[in-house]
Write a protein that binds this ligand. Structure first.
Ligand SMILES: Cc1cc2nc3c(=O)[nH]c(=O)nc-3n(C[C@H](O)[C@H](O)[C@H](O)COP(=O)(O)OP(=O)(O)OC[C@H]3O[C@@H](n4cnc5c(N)ncnc54)[C@H](O)[C@@H]3O)c2cc1C
Length: 481
């Protein structure tokens, strides 16, 4: 059998985090092979290239990648400027991938469709860690080859596995049948997809930053063509997560996105249907009607021309079916990360720094990193991913001192909990990173309530969640203390 030491470390996905992993591997002199499904690197980032990031350049690049780029005369963008996804690709990711060291390691148009261990399915234990990984790699034209690797870093993201419209996480009735009316993610309604939205009625479903971006773009389109109308449906009634922390957010652009959206709703330019769980899509003439359940009973929205499902993404677990993974049972994130990023508890982007130990699985040599490591949780920041791969690569290189020396300071969001008051107007001052709301002597309403009952509150001590084991240490570091 091939000695593992002669094999490369496989990195799946050439997004920001996969490319950073490759830069760290190259710096440590480890052989690396990067597989990218898209025709170019960063295919997912390019898909949402029209969207402006909420974090400025200073938070968007990896230290090792910067060092490599500088050695080839790279001009660093100004730290405080806010790039779009397209800028991130043009000014950072593409030049990084084009450096001779990286270019030699990257293969585009190469989709990894399955991973296993040589001669061992998931059940076989004997000598597992001594067997190479086998990656099935598709070239998109029907040919599949098998490559070997000593370790695998899965940085394949979640962007191409959107959650469905159906509020229960499965396709709504009619969702597949009327797929021609539905776009997932963040369509470019002011650019490449404009013709489909201009002068039409669009329903946006979802309550995250993706929904906010689409709604704001649609409102701009409506300014140019007033026949464009916009309806927004959210499953929850509490919009604090998307309205955000406003000026209390340490990433001002993220705070502004939420404030602008709130202003749009308040002005009546967007019709809000809060508390709607979508169950069905059906046709009416050339349009569609969306049916959902609300606390008051069944409700119909429409007829409408287009639906944008901005309902988040989930990891593709088929890829790793033959590996022994330990996942959080509801987020499908790496298990150790689950309690830190559970959106039932936190909406902060601020999680405790973590590295190879939290990202490892029972499968030796396999790590999930980047936004995929967060599973279905929506709060991932690139900076988190860069520290993840620094630690993971150090561990693969056998440098445990560096791998365990985790250091990361993240900007915090101005909102800490989904349990904030339902009336968004009363909650414009957030908690994490910002002043406590005037009316409570604590960082958020849930925290205040918990403290009043003599318990510790949100993120400030062990949570009162029977199914969750949150260690004291994690709780101390978590969200909004
Ligand atoms: C609209 C939007 C705005 C965001 N703004 C910010 C921000 O301002 N600041 C911030 O810190 N974070 C932001 N994020 C969150 C996050 O940092 C980004 O999503 C980031 O791109 C995640 O990087 P990644 O490398 O983990 O995954 P991705 O960027 O998704 O990259 C994954 C790569 O893997 C490839 N791939 C997928 N499957 C396979 C396969 N089977 N085989 C081979 N290749 C595969 C894909 O083509 C892709 O290139 C934003 C996210 C979105 C969606």
């Amino acid at each position: 059998m091939t000695s593992l030491d002669n094999l490369p470390v496989a990195v799946i996905g050439a997004g920001p985090v996969g490319l950073a992993a490759a830069a760290h591997l190259i710096r440590r002199g480890l052989p690396v092979k990067v597989y990218e499904a898209g025709a170019t690197v960063a295919a997912n980032v390019r898909d949402w290239g029209h969207v402006r990031l909420f974090s400025p350049w200073e938070y968007n690049t990896d230290a090792e990648a910067r060092a490599l780029l500088r050695s080839h005369g790279w001009q660093e963008p100004p730290g405080e400027a806010m790039p779009t996804g397209a800028d991130l690709y043009e000014a950072y990711l593409n030049p990084l991938a084009a450096t001779p060291e990286m270019a030699a390691a990257i293969e585009t148009g190469a989709k990894v469709t399955a991973i296993t261990r040589r001669g061992a399915d998931k059940v076989l234990s004997k000598g597992r860690e001594t067997r190479a990984f086998v990656l099935a790699v598709s070239d998109g034209n029907g040919a599949i080859r098998r490559d070997l690797a000593r370790a695998v870093i899965d940085a394949s993201g979640t962007w191409t596995a959107p959650n469905p419209l159906g509020a229960g996480g499965i396709l709504a009735e009619g969702e597949a049948e009327y797929a021609g009316h539905i776009a997932y993610g963040i369509p470019d309604v002011l650019g490449r997809d404009r013709a489909a939205y201009e002068g039409r009625t669009t329903l946006v479903v979802g309550a995250g930053h993706s929904a906010a971006n689409v709604l704001l773009d649609l409102a701009r389109l409506a300014e140019r063509n007033p026949a464009t109308s916009i309806v927004w449906a959210t499953r929850g009634e509490n919009l604090m997560r998307v309205y955000g922390g406003g000026r209390a957010d340490q990433l001002p652009a993220r705070g502004e996105l939420g404030s602008n959206l709130k202003a749009l709703v308040d002005s009546g330019r967007v019709t809000l249907v809060a508390g709607l769980s979508v169950v069905r899509v059906r046709a009416v003439g050339g349009q569609v009607v969306v049916e959902g359940e609300t606390a008051q009973g069944t409700r119909e929205v429409g007829p409408i021309d287009r639906i944008v499902a901005a309902t988040g993404q989930r990891p593709d677990l088929n890829l790793t079916r033959e590996l022994r993974l330990d996942l959080d049972s509801w987020l499908e994130s790496s298990k150790a990360l689950g309690p830190l990023i559970d959106p039932n508890l936190h909406s902060c982007g601020s999680v405790p720094p973590h590295g190879h130990r939290e990202l490892a699985h029972p499968e030796p040599g396999f790590y999930t990193v980047g936004i995929k490591s967060y599973g279905r949780a929506p709060t991932f920041l690139m900076l988190t991913g860069y520290e993840q791969v620094r630690s993971v690569v150090a561990a693969i290189a056998g440098d445990l001192a560096a791998a365990d020396d985790i250091h990361l300071v993240l900007p915090e969001t101005g909102v800490c909990s989904t349990n904030l008051p339902a009336d968004a107007a009363t909650a414009s001052s957030g908690c994490c990173g910002g002043p406590a709301p005037a009316e409570v002597d604590a960082c958020c309403a849930a925290d205040a309530e918990a403290k009043a009952e003599g318990k510790s509150g949100c993120g400030c001590g062990p949570m009162d969640m029977p199914d969750r084991k949150v260690s004291e240490k994690i709780a101390e570091l978590a969200c909004c203390c």
